[in-house]
Design a protein around this ligand. Structure first.
Ligand SMILES: CC(C)(COP(=O)(O)OP(=O)(O)OC[C@H]1O[C@@H](n2cnc3c(N)ncnc32)[C@H](O)[C@@H]1OP(=O)(O)O)[C@@H](O)C(=O)NCCC(=O)NCCS
Length: 153
């Protein structure tokens, strides 16, 4: 299945906030996404289905020469069709255009789907942050490097 991946627009904030509610226990609110939208250092992309519906999104914060992935999610009935991979690829392409050196993210150690996605794309595990998602629920910290000599570190 193919998706149209494009930078988000104001009209996407409502569907993104709805999707966020479906995908996360502690979802970001619509107003949180409005603040993201107003921030020129935040870059988000949406995946649109053939019918023009927003079925996924993801974005990052540009902080000096790094990108911090804020979130990525795909509607449950559209998963395993390449949308997450396409969104993540758009994020990495944009980061590279901005001359970003490295991209990082945290993911729940129990989130095997997201971990498989990040590892497929080439993110490397850097360590665990204990209790990040609550007691006994560590985060995995991942980094992605654009330059081969940093990848080998
Ligand atoms: C993680 C998530 C965004 C993946 O989106 P997706 O559109 O299903 O991912 P894709 O179809 O592009 O999958 C790309 C690759 O990721 C891996 N992957 C994705 N889902 C997987 C799963 N459930 N089990 C194992 N591997 C999985 C596979 O390697 C897959 O490649 P393949 O299909 O060729 O085997 C989606 O599961 C999701 O929205 N989860 C809920 C929100 C969330 O947890 N977000 C991450 C927060 S850190």
């Amino acid at each position: 299945m193919s998706f149209l991946i494009r930078p988000y627009e104001l009209k996407d904030l409502n569907p993104i906030a709805e999707l966020e509610k479906q995908c996360f226990e502690n979802p970001w609110s619509y107003s949180a996404f409005c603040m993201e939208y107003a921030d020129k250092n935040k870059f988000y992309f949406v995946a649109e289905s053939d019918e023009g519906k927003v079925v996924g999104y993801g974005g990052f914060a540009h902080v000096e020469d790094e990108a911090h992935i804020m979130n990525i999610a795909v509607r449950a009935d559209f998963r395993r069709r390449g949308a997450g991979f396409a969104i993540l690829s758009a994020i990495l392409k944009k980061a590279e255009e901005l001359s970003i050196r490295a991209v990082t993210l945290e993911v729940n150690d129990a989130n095997s789907a997201a971990i498989a996605l990040y590892e497929k794309v080439g993110f490397r595990l850097a360590g665990l942050r204990p209790h990040y998602y609550g007691w006994g629920k560590p985060a995995r910290i991942y980094w992605y490097y654009f330059r081969d000599d940093e990848k080998a570190d």
